[in-house]
Ligand binder design. Sequence first.
Ligand code: CP
Ligand code: NVA
Length: 335
Amino acid sequence: MNPITDDFNLAGSHAPATDAFEQFGATLKGRSLLSMAEITSDEFAAIMTVAAGMELGHKTESPFLKWTYPKSLAMIFEKPSLRTRVTFDIGMRQLGGLTTILGPAEIGLGQRESVPDVAQNLQGWVDCVMARVFDHQVLIDLRDNCDLPIINGLSDFEHPCQAVTDFYTIWEKAGKLDGLTLSYIGDGNNVLHSLALAGALAGVNIHAACPVGYEPDPSVIGAANEIADGRCKIEITDSPNEATVGADVVYTDVWTSMGQEKEQLARIQAFRSFQVNSELMALAKPDAIFMHCLPAHRGDEVTDDVMDGPQSVVFKQAENRLHAQKAIMAMLIGK
Ligand code: CP
Ligand code: NVA
């Protein structure tokens, strides 16, 4: 079974996930996940299939892993988190592993101690590192200075674990991915970068509407269209209506990301007409789903009636962070 081309239907069987884990576990083992551009379309499909197995096996024994000793995960947080923190922590422990959480004041990444020195210390103690950082370069420096898999738990440039969850959720809720269209309304930020690359890998058209001056990095959109190779289109407009017409998925994120708080007033002005409300949702397909990575600023980028309405899958999407995170960790840490 392949999430990109086949409908979501495990029929209660762990076999597809076990097969995907066996087939792609070897190629992903020991690798980092800093960007969606670092995995192939087949590897992305395999991670989503393993996530489906994790969901099927939730609250029962994991069918994929029999670690000979409890593997361990260090989590570094330079920014706040609810979803990423809980799902990596609980997910690792459900896999039979151990976790430790390091706040910025504790380790002083790059200040109390250099990033390469932190990486080499951690290598002596743990099997994997998940880091949420301001500057994407810190993730690259961690990865380049140790042999551990480094997982991007959000940087200023990408949020790949969110994109894996999001596409897994779309597969579960909207059926096979190939040929769908996701309309993204809002900031050309880390979340959009990862969604654009994920769309390219999965054959999902991404129609993004961003205010002038808040577009995504053109190099990411160029890379996404190169990966897509004509199979789907990654397009940017400044018209929310144009981006939303006929969409299967309508997605938004906060207007002001963590670290941009000083720009908040200017951003509220610039994004005022980029709200997902019932009028905008009416332009999408009647059975379109609404998604948001959360946290949501209700009344800004999304209205209460959309967020709490029948098309919204935001809390299932948040739940799926757990299953997707477990799949990512299982495959990168390996047997
Ligand atoms: N979506 C997301 O990453 O949520 P947190 O910031 O709460 O981890
Ligand atoms: N773009 C947001 C995503 C939060 C999960 C941020 O970086 O703050």
